[in-house]
Structures are given as C-alpha cells and as structure tokens.
Design a protein around this ligand. Structure first.
Ligand code: ADP
Ligand code: MG
Length: 410
C-alpha cells in the first residue's frame, strides 16, 4: 500500500523549524554583537544578562542555539570553566512559579522531579538556588518566548540571585528572548535594569536575505534540478512582503514541495508556489475563523451574503437586520449594535473583512463601510458549521448542495 517517495526531497526535514543549519546566513552583524555579549563566559567572568527581541521567524532561537553550541564547545578547552546551558521555552507557561518548577526539574535527574504545583513559591525558589549552587560553575539559562510570562518575579529574582545572596557558587546569566518588543517596555524598571544589561535586536529579513536562507536549506532538502528557476525568489518575495519571517518562507517552500509530490510532478514551478500560498492562506483563514465566537460567525455570515448580493461595502446598521435574523433562526439573542460592531472590528483586524472610513460631508460624522476581503469560497468553507445550523441563504445557495438549503432569509 505504501511506497516511499524519493523524487522531490532528499531530506524534507531540513525545511522544518527544528532543523539546525550548520551556518546562519545574513546575520553577521547581529551574531557578532551577540558573541561579544557572551564573551565574559569564556573569560571566566560573571556572564551578562541578555535580552534579545525581534519579530517571529527572524532567527532568534536558531541564532541563540548556534552561538551557545559553539560556546559550549569552545569553553571545553578551558579547564577553569564549567559551563552549563539550559534552554526553556515559556510558551504555555504563564507564571514565574511555573517557570521556576520547570527549571528545578531541568537541573534534577528523572527520578527526582518535583510536582509542578503545590509548593509555596518561596520554597520553589530555594530549591532552585540549591540546584544552581550544586551545579556551580557558569550557568546560562535561556528563557525563550519569555513574553508569555505574566508576572515578572522570576525575571527579577534570577538575574539578582547572586547580588541578593541566594547563590554563592554558581555564576548565572539569563538570556531572555521575546517576539514582542512591548514586553520589554512593560517590565518594571528594576527588572529592566537587571534583565536587559545587554540588549540585542534582530530585524526582519529582506528578500535578499530570505533568498540566501532558502537557498541554503533547499540545497539540503531537494534533489538537484527539482526547483525551477525563480521559485526561491518567489518564496522570498512573498516572505519579505508578509513579515520578513524566515519560518513562513520555509513553510511556503515546503508546501510547494509537498504539492509537487502529491501531484507527481518532476519539478517545483512558480505556479505550485502560488497554489501553495493559497493553501496556506486558506489554513490561516480557517484558523482565524475557528477562533471566533458564535456571534463573530453570524456577523461574518451576514456580511458575506450581502457581499454576494452586491450590497457591499455596507454599513453596520445595514448588516444588522440580516445578522439579527440569522441569530433568531438559531434562537440566540442578537447583540446590541455596539457589540456587533466590535465583532466587525475583530474581523477586520484578522484581515478577513475590510473596513473603510467614510465622511458624511458637511453634516459631519464619520462611519465605516465593510466588505469581505477574502475569497468567498474559502470563507464559506470555514463557516460551514454555522451555515449548517442557520441554513443556507439564497444568495450563496448555488455554492451548496441543494439538499442542505434549509430556509430563506431576507
Ligand atoms: P525566531 O526564534 O526568531 O522566531 P527561528 O530562529 O525559529 O525564529 O527561525 C525560524 C526558521 O528560520 C528556523 O527554521 C531557522 O533555522 C530559520 N532561520 C532563521 N534565520 C536564519 C538564518 N540567518 N540562517 C539560516 N536559517 C535561518
Ligand atoms: Mg523562537
């Protein structure tokens, strides 16, 4: 039944996020500064605390892994340096308490793990200081995606542990990595001054840099001559336009490779890249829409039927009757106009609909008009559950099987 595909990829995993490339391309200046900030470790001095920020997919995690791997290797040649590096991703962890228990467990062996609930916070902190001092030497703790933490107690305690007399043996340095720059601004001044001793920023990639990154991975991932000329450039151009995010560009290239494999083509063409992008886009819409509440779905459904009838751009008060009738159809109380407008605002923030500001002219006052920004079929597919409940409106009936048409609304 199953047969191995070998025509397109020689190593598909090289396009995945967790693949660590041997060399990083196009980040020389940033990595040099990062290296300088880490230099005290090799000198046997107290490490700097470092705060690294930049948007997602700009090489923060990859760059940190890359430098720390080298640091560990190079530190091994000096007998007087005992270096330990622990990385913790804070995604899914929201409190200092959770971070502290995870850290304690990272320093303990399998048989000696602590429960992640149930201790007073001060107890967990003392356990942490004990573990760190037992290890001794130089310890670097990387808190990746640190912006997920809601209270900054640990971000104050860790960098200051030695100054506060909690540690006597270990020299620790914290590396905090954040996707969100406002996180730094919101830190209290005392945390900021201890955690952000050295600040580094990784900017978004431009198209040229993305080309280099993609080329490097493509060489490992694909067989020779699989990529048509222009494919890498196209993926990079989309990536640069979207957010300068290397992860997104790599995902696009991988999606194009997967489509080539599914469709049994010998090469990856620019057209496949366009199809791949559309498919990824559809996934994003589906995800965006599935995250909305029921009222969000009803508002969007109302708007899209008006769009199909050529009534858009349309004002909120003219969407309302359709929305209300849909809500009543499933026995849900319609929201007051202002709350309904909040949902329109959320939809436009997600890029699913667009809102245009209009002026009433001399009588003053402005209002907004809404229309659907995304492919109608994509949105209808994502709304399928709501449409099944409410019934298929006549304006979109031609897009559905007649049997599922449940009612008519005006
Ligand atoms: P961040 O942590 O900033 O969100 P990552 O470090 O996870 O981003 O990078 C996203 C993806 O892009 C990873 O697969 C990574 O290997 C790759 N990447 C990012 N920057 C580079 C670079 N300069 N050279 C090679 N690959 C890179
Ligand atoms: Mg990261």
């Amino acid at each position: 039944m199953f047969e191995r595909d070998t025509d397109i990829y020689c190593n598909r995993d090289a396009l995945r996020e967790d693949y660590q490339p041997d060399e990083l391309v196009g980040r020389d200046d940033e990595l040099n500064r990062y290296k300088t900030a880490l230099q005290p470790v090799i000198n046997g001095e107290q490490p700097n605390n470092i705060f690294l920020y930049g948007k997602t997919g700009v090489g923060k995690t990859a760059g940190t892994r890359f430098l720390l791997d080298h640091l560990v290797d190079d530190a091994a040649q000096y007998d007087d340096i005992e270096l330990t590096v622990k990385m913790l991703n804070c995604d899914g962890l929201s409190s200092s308490y959770q971070i502290a228990t995870r850290l304690v467990n990272k320093f303990r062996n399998e048989s000696n793990q602590i429960s992640t609930t149930g201790y007073p916070r001060s107890t967990v902190y003392s356990m942490l200081w004990d573990e760190l001092d037992k290890y001794g030497g130089t310890i670097l703790i990387v808190l990746d995606e640190v912006d997920h933490i809601n209270d900054d107690s640990i971000l104050y305690q860790l960098p200051r542990a030695r100054a506060n007399g909690n540690l006597s043996e270990a020299k620790i340095g914290i590396i905090g990595i954040s996707n969100d720059f406002s996180f730094r601004d919101d830190l209290s001044p005392k945390v900021k001054s201890s955690l952000c001793e050295e600040e580094l920023q990784f900017p978004a990639y431009d198209a040229q840099e993305l080309i280099e990154i993609l080329q490097q991975r493509a060489d490992v991932a694909f067989h020779d001559d699989v990529l048509d000329s222009g494919v890498i450039e196209l993926c990079a151009a989309y990536g640069a336009k979207d957010a300068g995010d290397a992860r997104q560009s790599l995902d696009l290239l991988m999606k194009a490779g997967d489509l080539a494999r599914d469709r049994d083509t010998e090469t990856i063409t620019e057209n496949l890249v366009r199809d791949a992008r559309e498919e990824l886009e559809r996934g994003r819409i589906r995800e965006g829409i599935s995250g909305l509440t029921q009222h969000g779905h009803l508002v969007l459904y109302a708007l899209i039927t008006l769009e199909q009838q050529g009534e858009t751009p349309v004002r909120s008060r003219d969407i309302r009757p359709r929305y209300t009738s849909f809500a009543e159809q499933i026995s849900v109380d319609p929201l007051v106009p202002r709350r309904m407008r909040d949902h329109l605002g959320e939809l436009s923030m997600l890029g699913i609909i667009s809102a245009v500001e209009r002026n009433e002219g001399r009588r003053g006052g402005t209002y907004r008009q809404y229309s659907v920004d995304m492919d109608v079929n994509m949105v209808l597919t994502a709304l399928e559950e709501t449409i099944t409940e409410v019934g298929v409106h006549e304006s979109v009936a031609d897009k559905f099987d007649q049997d599922t048409t449940l009612g008519k609304y005006t």
